[in-house]
Design a binder for this molecule. Structure first.
Ligand code: 5AD
Ligand code: SF4
Length: 446
């Protein structure tokens, strides 16, 4: 391939996709594709898709559809669809979007350079989505030249075995596959040696890390956290995401034990009603969830909890919804991502009856989001007057002329500073003001 080709990647969805996009960019750099932010200048465009809700899938299709014109103008342009929609749709995507050259599932991204080479020669669409079994997430050391200098994601597992009835993930990302512990430690050490200060371990259900490994040699998630935390030079460790049913005492204890483990836990509850949780196949009750929340706060009183909630799941009654509203009052989450239920074939809930009307879904979502916003602000106000350590992110995007840092509790905090700061630098501030999405502060120590 000739030198100086330009690659544009549009990433939708979760942090797993962010990490996959980073890997794809790095792989293609090895075959002379430079990253560009300008889609119009690109010789190749990757649309890394998400299919978690109908809206996400529509977004991917609408961008891919818009690329038809570009392909017409420049027949040598390579267009690739990757991620969950690509995996799910395969050939169907090619027939709907014949201008797309490549449809590549998440397990096939490591073959990207060879697939691109083939696509450049062959004028027929290529589909790579077959289950590449036995699949092992390879050791692929991230480039330190590109990407954020101070914080990175490290994938520890892929897929999910839980089959929550609303969820498409087990169908797009397949069954759980844990990465080799040695590979994970090697990747984190490599990043930290290169100056990275914060690592987020990623997986659809990190709490079940290791469950697919032989019992005798298995490392569970708590042990993995302890081993990663021991890597010298690492300052902050986070992870996402967890199913509450698998939250063990041993893991909770890590929040008391490990200094570098940040006091923030994203613990998706989905609903406050046991009847709904049962139909969702979540395998926990609200009582056991609340018990775990209490225990977690016992181990780490300052822990910040965030969650995901779905409203309008089939059969969700007004009483069920009221139970969810009651739950957010009880837990007083620092933040919540909430969504209207979206039917995602072939997930099981697509066949459930007692569909909640669009109108009821919208009303419930608005009520939930309005109250959660107030609770979030109340929670933010609790920080006023506190002396907090921030990791500098860069210039603030929202507060003009200010710097932005992130607290260990995962809050964005803005502050004034005349000096030039670098991402990853630690500063101390006193929190002075609470807003809905961020906090304001005064710098006390550089
Ligand atoms: N409809 C609405 N929300 C969903 N989520 C997952 N599947 C669906 C769906 N079919 C939400 C869940 C999950 C988050 C990542 O997306 O709350 O935790
Ligand atoms: Fe989907 Fe449930 Fe697995 Fe999360 S735990 S990815 S919601 S099936």
């Amino acid at each position: 391939m000739s030198l100086n080709k330009l690659l544009y990647i549009e990433t939708f969805g979760c942090q797993m996709n962010d990490r996959d996009s980073e890997i794809m960019g790095q792989l293609l750099k090895q075959v002379s594709f430079e990253a560009t932010d300008d889609m119009n200048a690109a010789d190749a465009i990757i649309v890394n898709t998400c299919s978690i809700r109908g809206k996400a899938e529509q977004k991917a299709y609408s961008l891919l559809g818009a690329l038809r014109k570009k392909k017409k103008e420049n027949p040598n342009l390579i267009i690739a669809a990757t991620g969950c929609v690509a995996q799910q749709e395969g050939k169907t995507m090619l027939s709907r979007m014949p201008h797309v050259d490549l449809v590549i599932g998440p397990k096939h991204i490591y073959q990207l350079p060879a697939l691109f080479e083939r696509a450049a020669k062959q004028k027929k669409g290529i589909v790579a989505i077959d289950d590449a079994s036995p699949f092992r997430i390879p050791l692929f050391l991230p480039s330190l030249e590109t990407g954020l200098p101070h914080k990175r994601f490290v994938t520890i597992m892929q897929g999910c075995n839980n089959f929550c009835t609303y969820c498409i993930v087990p169908f797009t990302r397949g069954r759980e596959i844990s990465r080799e512990t040695g590979d994970i430690l090697c990747e984190v050490s490599h990043l930290v040696a290169g100056g990275v200060k914060e690592i987020t371990l990623l997986g659809q259900n990190v709490n079940s890390y290791g469950n697919d490994q032989p019992k005798e040699t298995r490392t569970n998630f708590a042990s993995l956290l302890r081993r990663v935390a021991a890597i010298k030079g690492l300052e902050r460790l986070r992870f996402t995401t967890s199913n509450p049913k698998d939250l063990s005492d041993e893991l909770m204890c890590c929040f008391a034990e490990l200094d570098v483990l940040c006091p923030h836990f994203h613990l998706p509850v989905q609903s406050g009603a046991n009847a709904v949780l049962k139909r969702m196949n979540r395998k926990y009750s609200i009582e056991s969830y609340l018990e775990k929340v209490e225990k977690l706060r016992g181990y780490c009183p300052e822990i910040v909890l965030t969650t995901d909630i779905i409203v309008g799941f089939p059969g969700e009654s007004e009483d069920d919804f009221a139970a969810t509203m009651g739950l957010i009052e009880k837990v007083r989450y620092h933040g919540a991502f909430s969504f209207k239920y979206s039917s995602r074939p072939p997930a099981k809930s697509c066949d459930f009856d007692e569909i909640v009307s669009e109108e009821d879904k919208s009303r419930r979502l608005a009520l939930l989001q309005c109250r959660q916003k107030e609770i979030t602000l109340e929670r933010h106000k609790e920080f006023i007057g506190q002396d907090v350590e921030l990791m500098v992110e860069g210039q603030s995007k929202a507060a003009h002329g200010q710097w932005a840092g992130r607290s260990d509790t995962n809050h964005i905090v803005n502050f004034h500073c005349q000096e030039t700061l670098v991402p990853g630098q630690i500063v101390r501030v006193i929190i002075t003001e609470a807003c809905f999405n961020s906090l304001r502060s005064t710098l006390v120590k550089l």
